[in-house]
Design a protein around this ligand. Structure first.
Ligand SMILES: [Zn+2]
Length: 290
C-alpha cells in the first residue's frame, strides 16, 4: 500500500519517539511513565499506583528538612578495610565503586537540621553504598550523632535503608549493633526522643538493632522490613511461596512491629508534629545523661 492509499484508508504511521533520559521515569511496579517534575512534586511517589520510588540521601534531605538548615557532621569518618577482605572482589574495590555511585564516604549521612522548626539530629542511610550495609564507620557516625542529639537536646531521627550488617567487616560491623543500642539507651534515659523511619529495604543487623529501637517507628508504604531476606527464608524453610504481603510495611504494622505507615508526602509534617508534641523543649526538666 503506497502512502496515498494509506492516507485514504486512515492508516497512520506511528512515529516512534525516543524518550529523553531524565525527563520521564518509569515505575518499576506498574510500568507507567511519569514526567520527572510531576514525580518530584509528589515526593517520588507514583501517581498511578502509589509505589514509592527509591530515593537517595540528597532527596531525603530536601524532602524532610527545612530549606538550608541541614549541616552535615563527621564527613571525615570514612569506610575502613580492617581485615583487608576479599571474596571474588577486593572490598577496597567495592568501597571505591560505592563512593562513585552514591557520592558518599559511608552508607549513612548524618547532620543537624530543623524539621518544621524543631531541632533534629538526622541520619539517612542509602542503599547505593554497598546496599546500605552497616560497617564500622556507619556505627561510629550514628554513635556520634546520638551524642550530638544528647548534647544539643535535639530529637533524633534515623531514616533506615539497609541490607543489614556488612559482611566484609565481620565482627567490626556486628559490634556496632551493641554500641549503638547502648548509646540509644543512654539517650532514652536522658529523655531524648528517637524516631525511626523505615524505608525499603530495612533488614538484618539494622532491623535487629537501632531500626527497631525507636520511641516511634514509622514506615514508608510498601517498604520491605524484616530480619532474614525473603529468598533466604524460602531456602531455609524449603517453600516456594511466602504469604501475600510478607515483610511488607502494612503487614508489619498489622503485627505491631511499626506504629504507623506514612506516605512519603506526609512524612515531613508527621515528623514535625510528633517532635513538637513529644520532643525536648527548653521548659523541660534538665536532661540527665545516664
Ligand atoms: Zn506505578
Amino acid at each position: 500500500m503506497n502512502w496515498i492509499e494509506r492516507m485514504k484508508s486512515g492508516i497512520l504511521t506511528r512515529i516512534k519517539r525516543e524518550i529523553p533520559e531524565g525527563i520521564w521515569s518509569k515505575c518499576k511496579k506498574c510500568g507507567e511513565t511519569t514526567y520527572q517534575q510531576a514525580l518530584e512534586r509528589s515526593a517520588f511517589v507514583c501517581p498511578h499506583c502509589h509505589n514509592h520510588f527509591a530515593i537517595g540521601h540528597e532527596r531525603y534531605v530536601e524532602l524532610l528538612t527545612d530549606s538550608g538548615s541541614f549541616v552535615e557532621l563527621n564527613t571525615d569518618i570514612t569506610t575502613a578495610d580492617p581485615l583487608k577482605f576479599r571474596d571474588h572482589r577486593r572490598y577496597s574495590e567495592r568501597i571505591r565503586e560505592a563512593r562513585k555511585n552514591s557520592g558518599m564516604k559511608e552508607a549513612i549521612r548524618t547532620g543537624v537540621c530543623t524539621i518544621g522548626g524543631n531541632p533534629v539530629a538526622l541520619g539517612i542511610m542509602d542503599t547505593r553504598y554497598i546496599l546500605g550495609s552497616m560497617g564500622g564507620a556507619t556505627g561510629e557516625k550514628i554513635a556520634r550523632l546520638i551524642d550530638r542529639a544528647l548534647a544539643d537536646r535535639r530529637a533524633l531521627v534515623l531514616v533506615c535503608q539497609s541490607g543489614g550488617a556488612r559482611m566484609q567487616e565481620s565482627t567490626f560491623s556486628l559490634m556496632q549493633m551493641a554500641k549503638i543500642s547502648a548509646r540509644l539507651k543512654r539517650f532514652a534515659i536522658a529523655g531524648g526522643l528517637y524516631i525511626t523511619v523505615l524505608t525499603d529495604p530495612t533488614y538484618g543487623g539494622v532491623t535487629a538493632s537501632f531500626a527497631m529501637l525507636g520511641d516511634i517507628t514509622i514506615a514508608e508504604p510498601g517498604a520491605r522490613i524484616g530480619f532474614a531476606g525473603q529468598s533466604v527464608i524460602k531456602q531455609f524453610m524449603g517453600i516456594e511461596q511466602l504469604p501475600e504481603g510478607f515483610q511488607i510495611a502494612e503487614t508489619v504494622l498489622d503485627h505491631g512491629f511499626v506504629d504507623r505507615v506514612v506516605p512519603r508526602p506526609e512524612m515531613t509534617s508527621t515528623l514535625a508534629r510528633l517532635i513538637s508534641l513529644l520532643g525536648a523543649t527548653d521548659s523541660d526538666a534538665t536532661l540527665r545523661a545516664g
